[in-house]
Design a protein around this ligand. Structure first.
Ligand SMILES: [Zn+2]
Length: 155
């Protein structure tokens, strides 16, 4: 019983901040909330669900306390992760495929000055869309590294 108490989320203990991972969260006196003394973010707590939610953000970012660490809670309104993966895959593959198809159907003249440009453009389009897809997945899964960078940049 004592061991179970020591791993549960309570207001009496402090926990590593899920955003900056630098400092401990401690309870705000007389409030159902925790605060980080390093990054200054405030989290509302739900002890019955063992979870906290970032209070000072317009995004509903939540974590569940597993007893040892914080586990990001995914968006409750999206319960179809495969759809997110299909969307991000399509976002990465389709635009370069269109450009590659056009280059294949209408190849540039071999010795024209901009003959290499379509390949360069194809590479840029692929990299740009790939990064957007990675960003979307990081946002969807609330990846801890991504979140810590995101809030560091906002600070
Ligand atoms: Zn913090």
């Amino acid at each position: 019983m004592a061991q179970l108490d020591s791993t549960a989320l309570t207001y009496d203990q402090s926990y590593q901040c899920p955003i900056c991972r630098q400092e401990q969260l401690s309870n705000l006196v007389m409030m159902d909330a925790f605060a980080c003394s390093f990054c200054r973010h405030i989290f509302t707590a739900n002890l019955s669900q063992q979870s906290i939610c970032l209070a000072d953000s317009n995004q509903p970012i939540s974590w569940r306390w597993t007893g040892r660490r914080w586990q990001p809670l995914r968006h409750a309104d999206i319960d179809f992760p495969l759809g997110v993966w299909i969307f991000c895959g399509g976002l990465t593959i389709l635009p370069p495929a269109v450009i590659g198809g056009v280059r294949y159907i209408f190849p540039p003249l071999a010795n024209s000055p901009g003959a290499q440009f379509p390949l360069l453009w194809l590479g840029l389009v692929f990299v740009a869309h790939f990064l957007i897809a990675v960003w979307g997945l990081a946002e969807f899964y609330q990846l801890p590294i991504y979140l810590s960078w995101k809030f560091r940049l906002q600070a």
